[in-house]
Design a protein around this ligand. Structure first.
Ligand SMILES: Nc1nc2c(ncn2[C@@H]2O[C@H](COP(=O)(O)OP(=O)(O)OP(=O)(O)O)[C@@H](O)[C@H]2O)c(=O)[nH]1
Ligand SMILES: [Mg+2]
Length: 383
């Protein structure tokens, strides 16, 4: 069961049992009342009558336990919580996923349905070749006529089954170093603030290295986030070699027993060789302090870019190596389908998705939730 559903379940269950126990008390008092009546009029009742009255009261009590009344505000909270993540996805995403939903609504996988699914998947930026591949696979499968949607859903889910996707931010004694990179404006700095905040909330000691010394505003941006979330940021002088900032931050993190160091780097075009060299130098510098670091090399991808992400992944993979992906801006994009293509092609963990500009708008990537959203189903909604 999903953890958020568990949480709702707990609250829900708690209130329910309060209601049940209220009803139980109410009924007990009926029994007590009966008992009192019985005791008041005991001279007028025989043993059989007393037994009948008590049995009737018990039956009434059981009826009420089976149907506890649920206060209306709990019902609302329940469904609001379930939908909160889905609601952050943009209208564009929902529109596309609605098209997929309509395409999958048909009762059998005939030629029309297949061609509707094809259109919808291409619109969600699954990519033409991957859509074809996927449809070939789907056609080979034996679908029962009444549940195409569920079966397509589990088929798509298996596309992500090659790896675990969660990003461990645990507070083990060993320092974990995360290097974050990607093209300009993909959402690196914002994502780092979101990650640092999550870690901080788990009582993990976090340091951010502001290794984007290219723009003065970049340092100010990450410092402002640091202030807001209460996380320390180590920055350098304007135009200082970013590797020097990385070295200092890493040293500080080791000496002062931090659990987590997240390194923010300047945006760089994947085809600019000298900028790739700069990133490679940062890697070498990190390894001087600890040859197992960085433990994660995360590329941040802007989901609105669509197919160009493939080129970015390939270039960064080739020059730096990638251990995981975070895809941002799914709240403003219709192109969520590209994640399936990326997963299929590169088999990299997808750690999280960005669904807004606020600090809490980073959601761990859970394949089932994502596919539900892509297929136009509110999370938690029954198919
Ligand atoms: N809607 C939305 N906006 C986002 C998301 N993530 C980041 N942004 C916005 O995207 C813009 C760029 O984000 P930054 O975090 O500065 O991106 P960056 O990759 O650090 O940019 P550079 O350092 O210039 O390369 C900002 O306006 C962010 O608020 C997201 O998930 N959804
Ligand atoms: Mg930045």
């Amino acid at each position: 069961m999903k953890s958020w559903l568990k949480k709702i379940g707990k609250k829900f269950g708690k209130k329910d049992s309060q209601e049940v126990s209220k009803n139980r008390n109410k009924e007990t008092s009926v029994i007590n009342k009966n008992n009192i009546i019985v005791s008041e009029q005991k001279l007028n009742y025989n043993k059989e009558e007393i037994k009948q009255k008590l049995t009737k009261a018990k039956i009434e009590e059981t009826k009420n336990i089976d149907k506890p009344s649920i206060p209306s505000e709990i019902k609302t909270l329940n469904s609001e919580k379930k939908n909160s993540w889905f609601n952050k996805l943009g209208e564009n995403f929902k529109k596309t996923s609605n098209n997929i939903k309509v395409a999958l609504f048909s009762k059998k996988l005939d030629q029309d349905t297949i061609s509707n699914i094809e259109d919808a998947f291409i619109m969600s930026d699954l990519g033409v070749s991957f859509t074809e591949l996927l449809l070939e696979d789907l056609k080979k499968k034996k679908f029962t006529e009444d549940n195409i949607r569920n079966q397509v859903s589990s088929y798509l889910e298996t596309q992500f089954a090659y790896s675990k996707h969660n990003l461990e931010l645990n507070s083990s004694d060993e320092l974990k170093v995360i290097l974050v990179f990607g093209v300009n404006g993909s959402g690196k700095t914002t994502t780092i603030a979101k990650l640092a905040n999550k870690a901080k909330l788990k009582n993990i000691k976090v340091l951010i290295a502001a290794a984007d010394t290219f723009r003065a505003a970049a340092t100010e941006q990450i410092k402002a986030w640091g202030n807001k979330i209460g996380v320390e940021v180590l920055s350098g002088k304007p135009e200082e070699d970013p590797s020097s900032v990385v070295f200092k931050a890493h040293k500080k993190a080791i000496e002062e027993n931090y659990n987590l160091l997240i390194i923010d780097t300047a945006g760089r075009l994947h085809n600019k060789l000298e900028l790739m060299e700069e990133l490679k130098k940062m890697l070498r510098i990190i390894k001087k302090n600890d040859d197992r670091a960085p433990h994660n090399k995360i590329i941040v991808l802007d989901s609105t870019i669509g197919q160009n992400t493939y080129n970015q992944i390939e270039a960064f993979q080739d020059k730096i190596g990638i251990t995981g992906i975070i895809m941002t801006k799914l709240d403003g994009s219709a192109k969520g389908g590209s994640l399936i293509g990326i997963a299929k092609k590169y088999k990299l963990p997808i750690h999280a998705i960005g669904v807004g500009e606020k600090i809490e708008d980073l959601v761990p990537f859970i394949p089932k939730d994502f596919i539900d959203a892509l297929l136009g189903t509110n999370i938690g909604e029954k198919n």
